[in-house]
Design a protein around this ligand. Structure first.
Ligand SMILES: Nc1ncnc2c1ncn2[C@@H]1O[C@H](COP(=O)(O)OP(=O)(O)OP(=O)(O)O)[C@@H](O)[C@H]1O
Length: 293
């Protein structure tokens, strides 16, 4: 378990957990030129850091997340994760990349709806092998870790609420012992109070388990509550990167300024008394406390 002081010791001079250099991704088309979705994207993620990836729809965020998680091949570029370099993109597989787990907006896509909740988590513990009694028993501890009653393990995913399903998806991801969690619009479909609870859970996971998180969202207001640093993408390219406090208080790129202007509750800064106070993140490198409502 990573303690607060050890997380502090990891930031920010430590070797990055993940480095992406000059990533280029194209989607082939049956006819005509391929679609270039991502061009020359570079950034890194430090151990136990929460990095936000923001931008409007179609800016390439999910594409980057899918490459990081190993579900999609890049055309060129370099990805170093935990010291091992990927340049041969033909090695990307549908089973994803070791050490990285991805959680989507619709958790149903990651859960086998025929299974019980315990079996969905147990499947990850079984590592592709047969799900045994001990995996189902151990699954209960993972359900508890994400704040679910282990009794829910007997249900099928369709018998759960959206927030509960998202917790199961997180439990399943944790069961695979990732170093990095890619969350792609993972809270976007949830109502405000459930969303806050899931954000708090991600904060707890980072604090207690030292897992880094790449948090993909079009919603700067949500991102500002959670992340240490932010990468802003537009039309497949990175336009701005920085500590979230700096980017929100003094955005340098006109596109970031426009994105911020489109978020009324951030317009007058994070200290707006009408809004929940976001955690003091970024500069200190300290893990945040659970301050969300
Ligand atoms: N399978 C695909 N085939 C062809 N083009 C694609 C495919 N998937 C995405 N694209 C294109 O790649 C670009 C980036 O898409 P991507 O989904 O990565 O953006 P995004 O920022 O995650 O958007 P959103 O927030 O709407 O999910 C877009 O122009 C999109 O139309």
């Amino acid at each position: 378990m990573v303690t607060e002081s050890s997380v502090e010791a990891l930031a920010p001079t430590t070797t990055p957990l993940l480095t992406i250099d000059d990533l280029v991704v194209e989607y082939p088309r049956p006819r005509g030129e391929p679609v270039r979705a991502v061009a020359e994207v570079s950034f890194d993620i430090r151990p136990a850091e929460i990095l936000g990836l923001v931008g409007e729809s179609g800016s390439g965020k999910s594409t980057v997340g899918m490459v990081v998680a190993g579900f999609l091949r890049a055309c060129s570029g370099r990805l170093v994760i935990d010291g091992s370099t990927t340049e041969d993109w033909t090695s990307a597989t549908t089973s994803g990349r070791g050490g990285v787990q991805m959680i989507f907006q619709d958790s149903s896509t990651a859960l086998d709806l025929r299974f019980t909740v315990a079996a969905c988590v147990g499947e990850a513990l079984a590592g592709g092998g047969r799900i045994r009694r001990r995996h189902l028993d151990e699954a209960q501890t993972y359900l508890e870790r994400v704040g679910l009653d282990p009794e829910l393990g007997r249900r099928k995913p369709r018998e759960l609420s959206g927030g509960q399903k998202q917790r199961v998806a997180i439990a399943r991801a944790l069961a695979a012992h990732p170093r990095l969690l890619v969350c792609d619009e993972s809270v976007s479909a949830l109502d405000v109070s459930v969303r806050a609870k899931i954000l708090n859970l991600l904060i707890k996971i980072r604090r207690e388990e030292g897992i880094a998180i790449l948090f993909i969202s079009h919603d700067l207001a949500v991102v500002s509550q959670l992340v240490d640093r932010v990468v802003v993408m537009r039309r497949g390219r990175v336009v701005e990167t920085g500590d979230v406090d700096d980017v929100i208080s003094s955005p340098t790129h006109p596109y970031t300024q426009a994105l911020l202007a489109a978020v009324p509750r951030l317009e007058h800064g994070l200290s707006d008394a009408a809004q929940p106070t976001p955690p003091a993140l970024g500069r200190s490198g300290l893990p945040p406390e659970e301050v969300l409502p």
